[in-house]
Design a protein around this ligand. Structure first.
Ligand SMILES: [Zn+2]
Length: 78
């Protein structure tokens, strides 16, 4: 007897992926297209936003925080 179909029902969870990449931070000016450098810490992009505000009087910024998640099958302990 051969198995012709495998039906697999498993729960999955998302885990923060840090082995190949670290979280990245960036600030974008909402008033123009200016964007900070991408950095591994939020301090640099925040400083950029303050300097940009001082030069242009643009006051609203969008913070972009990028990180990666890996979907893995849920184990009994999770
Ligand atoms: Zn701007």
């Amino acid at each position: 007897m051969a198995i012709t179909k495998i039906w697999r029902f498993a729960d999955w969870v998302l885990k923060l992926e840090t082995s190949n990449s670290v979280p990245m931070y960036e600030m974008e000016c909402v008033s123009c297209d200016a964007t900070s450098e991408t950095a591994e810490e939020p301090g640099g992009p925040r400083d950029w936003a303050l300097k940009h505000a001082g030069r242009t009087h643009h006051e609203l910024f969008r913070a972009v925080h990028t990180c990666f998640f890996r979907a893995v099958p849920k184990t009994v302990r999770e």
